[in-house]
Design a protein around this ligand. Sequence first.
Ligand SMILES: [Zn+2]
Length: 219
Amino acid sequence: MTDSGGDLRDELARLGVDVVAAGLVVGSGGNLSVRAPGADTCLVTSSGAWLDRLRHSDFVRVRIGDGAPVDPDSGVAASSEVALHLHTYRTRPDVNAVVHLHPQSVLLLDALGERIRLTTTDHVYYVREVTRVGFHLPGSDDLARAAAAAVADGANCVVLAHHGCSVLGGTVDMAHKRVRNLEEAARLTYRALALGRADLPECPPDFAARLHLDRDISI
Ligand SMILES: [Zn+2]
């Protein structure tokens, strides 16, 4: 990653094309952000931007401390959900990418009170833990604070009830893989429930335990 912003915007643009194609968001829903490690600013997608059509001009650089745009004369406004990104960065110095999408299966299971089962090694490796927050108005400071509090202990996937999810990563690539696996785990859980198999076995706990012991494990 570079601090110039160019490479980071391209990384998010590629993520945007993929997550729209994968059905994790429709229309101009969702928003994305990234910061260079240690930077006091981040790049956030602009209000109304379609995630599969992102150009460099669809990103706004804002200060993480107070949310002010670095270039207030650009004529481009940051996403209405910018507070969600800022509160998360303030809470988690290790996070450099925040992906907010509206994944259908994740939201369906949450609305039904069903836990997302982590069935495969990929699910456990990338998702690890899913937290949730109750309903708050989209774009509100309440939502942003609740979502940040839900990941303060190190969780990287939080479901925002009746709205979407916020998925975090130390890199854009990790956040990308994580959100794809979150929705895949939800889809697999949904299929098991549709078959009447609420007893869907989860990935053996030995694997998760090994991840805690050996963070460099690869799959
Ligand atoms: Zn949203």
